[in-house]
Every structure is written in C-alpha cells, then in structure tokens.
Design a protein. Sequence first.
Length: 240
Amino acid sequence: MTSPIIKLVMIGEYSIFRGALRMLLETDPKFRVIGEAKNPESALQIIDDERPDLILVDLPDNDVAKLLPLLKDAELPVLLLIDELDVEIYKQCLRIGIRGLVLKQERADTLFKAIEKIHAGEIWFDRIVMGDTIRHLIGEMQMLHSLPLSPVASALTDREREVIGLICKGMKNKEIAESLFISETTVRHHLTSIFNKLDITSRLELVVYAFENNLVKKLNESSFYPMNGYARNTTDSLGA
C-alpha cells in the first residue's frame, strides 16, 4: 500500500536555503512542498489556503516566541530546524507546543524520519537535552513550590493528581494501574479527564504542565521523568 503524501509548508528567512531544502525534500516521493514563506506572519495565509500536514520552520536566530501566533492560528504540527541543542530553546518549544526539533547538521534521512514521525502523531526530541530540560523544569517547580494551584488545576480530583504524579515518575499505564490497584481502562479514563480539564493533548505536555503549575511533590534528581518514553521513535499517547 502506498504511503500518503505528506504536504509541507516551509518557513525560512533565506530563499536560497528554502530552495535547497525544497529540492532535498522532494527527492523523497512521500513529501510535497506546497508553499513557502519568509516568516511565520506571511505564512498564515498560505497555511489557511493550502492546509498542509506539517509546518517546517528554520529560525536562524532561534527566537521560538515568533512561532506562537502561527501555532495558535494554524493548529498544525511544527518541526523546527535549529543551529544548536539548547535547554532554553527546548523549554520554549515545549511550552508553546512544538512537536520536534532537528539540528541542521543532521543527515537528510534523520530529517525525513522526523517528519514522518511527527506526521504520525509522535514527537522528535534529542534524548539527552530533553532530560536536561526536565531537570530544569523540576528546579523551577521546586523554587515555586509554595505557590497556589491554578484555578484550572484546582479542578483536578485527588485521584487525577495521583495519576499525574506517577506519570511524572515515568510510569506507564500498566504500572500506574498496579500502583493504584485499578484497571488500565480506568487509568485511561483518568488521563482523558485530565487532558480535557487542562486542555492538553499529550503526556509530554502534561509533564511540563505539572512541573510549571506545582502539581507534583518535590522530586529529587533520581526520580525525574526518564527520557526513554519521550525520545525519538517513541509514540506519545494515552496508551504509553
């Protein structure tokens, strides 16, 4: 069975870079570049008209905040091409919903695989830097530990907070079920309720939200979320 074509819109400041990237992508029949723009603002009309499957962005200055209006309006997965692996960039990306990051120094097949994985609903981040990012978020959470819960987080039940705490320790649904003496189906129901209340769509977003909004108890370094669940080639879903 032939794989569906993945339609892409590219955003990048330099036309030579966009042209070269387009030629590279279109060497693979699975990809079709249906539009390109110099910046996120000028891309919005193209995205609205063409409805791509994924947005591929090159921001030479690594100013991730520029993508926020694009993400709010487009509601499409975004893959960011970056110059260097940096914890601060990762933190910004997680907060605004970037689905993946690829270094420009990577091989073409790495970029192709990242596009396919993100299009399939997964995420694509470097394992080591993601681990460092989670440690930073934990440190921020510990400093803000005395702050009250947000009104949205206050709507969570005690059981839902227990589930969040176990997810932040890296437990899978089966392990959570065994720890709380409930079924995996019940765990999934709790996760669906949590996702709806917090207006998030993935376990990764949940971990970040929990750290930023004081939903988990103080953690020591050995108990932070292990990255084998949030690395390349790993599905990010309710059933993880």
